[in-house]
Unconditional design. Sequence first.
Length: 187
Amino acid sequence: MLTNPNQTPSVPETPAEKPSRRSGRFSKGTSGNPKGRPLGSRNKTTLFMESLLQEEAEAITRKLIEKAKAGDPLALKLCLERLLPAQKDRPIDLPLGRADTVPAIRSAISAVVQAIGDGSITPTAGETVAQVLHLQSEVLASAELAPRLEQLEEQLAALQNQTTGSGSPAEVTQILSADNPATEAQA
């Protein structure tokens, strides 16, 4: 219904002219407000409250300390939380030596278990150190396996070139075992 006789009826937009919306939402990467709120900007109310507190910070802190000295448990708690915040992580003194070989890593893990047993480090700290040592052992194992795998691939390629496709898998295994005594021991 038109309220103004001079007004023309609105023509529905074609799908190409409509903003890219699906079910009332903007499509990914498209914003309803492209300029938006700048990164790192802060709420005006928060800024105002901080400015008020900043002006009275010294007086409020002194009053809090007075109440804490008088024995107010909440004031004591607030003061202690600010003066001595709970420690999330702390360095530990645990001489492990170098962990660049598998036997050295085994020795280091034994030292960690002993330190947990002695109470010189917490079980949580010991678990963290043990996880790091385990990761180191996996890195060492993969570093040892890479050249061996490369050597086996080269031997397999050489055998395939020798047999030119006529060798059966059993013959290739037999030739590989004859060339590499370690393979024979593993089989």
